[in-house]
Design a protein around this ligand. Sequence first.
Ligand SMILES: [Zn+2]
Length: 160
Amino acid sequence: MSAAIGCNQTGEVEYRMNVKLVCLACGQGNRLPGDRLGKGAKCGTCGAALVPDKPVDISLDVLEKAARVDEIPLIVDFWAAWCGPCRMMAPEFSKAALASKGKARFAKLDTEAHPKASAQYAIRGIPLLIGFRNGKEAQRQTGVMQAAQITDWATALSRA
Ligand SMILES: [Zn+2]
């Protein structure tokens, strides 16, 4: 069940109840009050920021768990070091992560380090963004996007 209770007048999703989030660093499930999403909450197990303002490198195991459990949207950039367009998009993705802090979490999955991701998420080309919400894939987009486009995409996902 989603912890979102509605939208305020600026269209942002408001969270008042506790929100369940998987730590993107260690995979531990955490619960935090919704009003602390943008305020430096840390993982009870490893101390990593639960809602970081920049993309976090994520493993396939942690991604699977977070995609299933998280109660705020998760946006994952599937990339590889040999992919020029992926490297071009990286700073844009970082800017969008900063702009979207508290509305969505941003993560990066290295498809070379985690080759099983290709079959699991039916990846046909990279860079690929997949947005997860309420335990399932909600949006997907292949190809380079600018920071503003990614931010809009994240906003659409958080309102979906
Ligand atoms: Zn942790």
